[in-house]
Design a protein around this ligand. Structure first.
Ligand SMILES: [Mg+2]
Length: 415
């Protein structure tokens, strides 16, 4: 049965931080304001960039070594995930001053159900959004963009419409205007392959997609895309879900020590230990990483890192330690002294996804997974870290002073 547009449409807010990681760095250190700044030094690629850096032609994923050569004026910072997490929580708390139903979608994005709140708050929906923006700007010194729309998909179109510092409202009568100017690949949930398929049917804009008939949509596309079609037509299907399970998009483990050392056995064992701990953490959440990266930080505070895309995502350290050994010499120099090591696990996906089609269904459960599950339950019983890998052993043997740190980057998975 065809769903029809309700008389009183819902109003959903979508909030999105502007260049969030860099925004937090500027909030922490206002002297950076107006300068070309990027983060991602520890990872060897740009993970976020200020609008000034963007204007120079730099993009996300740009290699740091190239950046240093081609854009010597750009300031390069290591990611500080702990602060990003703190600012994220504060930002969402401000949204919660106005709305009870807030869904934390990623570290810098949330949805909020505003429907019906105009009366008790004695403000128009736009005014509520303005207040939230102002309070985040004033209290956190962060710039954000907000979109309001009758559905989640449309509120996402709205928040992207004007960036940075935007506030865009899409109402039912103006949906067509907005969608006719939005390329289909910019729609939330429509990936590269689907947009290529749609372009074969001469569907280049979101407007052309929304104009297709329901029978055509049902005949050619699977369920999640039918949902998007409804949502773009102003029919709300996706709920704002405050209970939605939060999970992590990345996990970092680092350790700073002194005095600095060039002892490769020690450095590798540190990395091994980080991998063990990071894997324990992601197993706890039943996640697996698709990418990992390692870094060494020299006593001159320079980062040397490499990143590996895993052929077979895994949350057990054994295979990852083999990779670390294999690539270690790419970043290690005998005459350099290092003061910190770190590893990050990125693009975490649920374990179930790993087993499924997305990776070709070719992955067999490795024997280590069963062993680690057993170790995890033993540790639950007897306390943490009763068992560790032999490769991490040198990290415990060598006495150094220093501090460990752990960063979690909260993120949510779409649909
Ligand atoms: Mg953002």
């Amino acid at each position: 049965m065809k769903k029809t547009i309700p008389k009183r449409p819902r109003v959903i807010l979508h909030m999105d931080g502007d260049a969030f990681f860099v925004g937090v760095e500027i909030a922490k250190n206002p002297k950076l304001l107006g300068l070309p700044v990027v983060t991602g030094e520890e990872r060897g690629i740009v993970t976020a960039l200020s609008y000034e850096a963007k204007a120079m032609g730099i993009t996300r994923g740009f290699p740091i070594f190239k950046l240093k050569k081609e854009f010597p004026k750009v300031l390069i910072l290591p990611g500080d995930y702990k602060s990003y997490e703190e600012y994220s929580t504060k930002m969402f708390d401000i949204v919660r001053r106005y709305a009870d139903e807030v869904e934390e979608y990623s570290i810098d994005e949330c949805f909020a159900e505003l429907t019906g709140l105009d009366k008790p708050l004695k403000m128009s929906y736009r005014e509520i959004a303005e207040r939230i923006k102002l309070e985040i700007n004033n209290e956190l010194k962060l710039s954000i963009s907000i979109g309001l729309g009758p559905t989640k998909c449309l509120s996402k179109v709205a928040s992207k419409w004007e960036k940075p510092d935007g506030l865009t409202v899409i109402e039912i009568p103006s949906i067509k205007d907005f969608l006719s100017k939005t390329p289909i690949e910019k729609i939330w949930g429509i990936g590269r392959r689907t947009s290529e398929f749609l372009k074969l049917w001469k569907i280049n804009t979101a407007g052309e997609f929304a104009d297709k008939s329901l029978p055509w949509i049902k005949g050619n596309l699977s369920k999640p895309y039918q949902v998007i079609w409804y949502e773009l037509n102003g029919v709300s299907i996706l709920k704002v879900d405050p209970e939605r399970k939060t999970t992590y998009s990345s996990v970092q483990k680092t350790r700073t020590f002194y005095p600095p050392t060039n002892d490769s056995v020690f450095l590798l064992s540190q990395i091994s230990k980080h991998l063990e701990e990071a894997c324990r953490k992601v197993r706890h959440y039943n996640l697996v990483p698709k990418k990992i990266s390692f870094f060494l930080k020299s006593q001159e505070f320079r980062y040397y890192s490499f990143e590996v895309v895993l052929e077979a995502p895994t949350n057990t350290p054994e295979g990852l330690i083999v990779l670390a050994r294999k690539y270690f010499n790419n970043i290690y120099r005998k005459n350099t002294f290092y003061r910190a090591t770190g590893v990050s696990l990125y693009e975490l996906v649920p374990e179930e996804v790993k087993q499924g089609d997305l990776f070709g269904g070719m992955i067999t459960t490795n024997k280590f997974e069963t062993i680690h599950k057993q170790i995890d339950s033993l540790e639950k019983k007897f306390g943490k870290r009763v068992i560790h890998l032999a490769s991490s052993h040198n990290a415990k043997k060598i006495k150094t002073k220093g501090s460990d740190s752990e960063d979690l980057n909260r993120d949510l998975l779409f649909l």
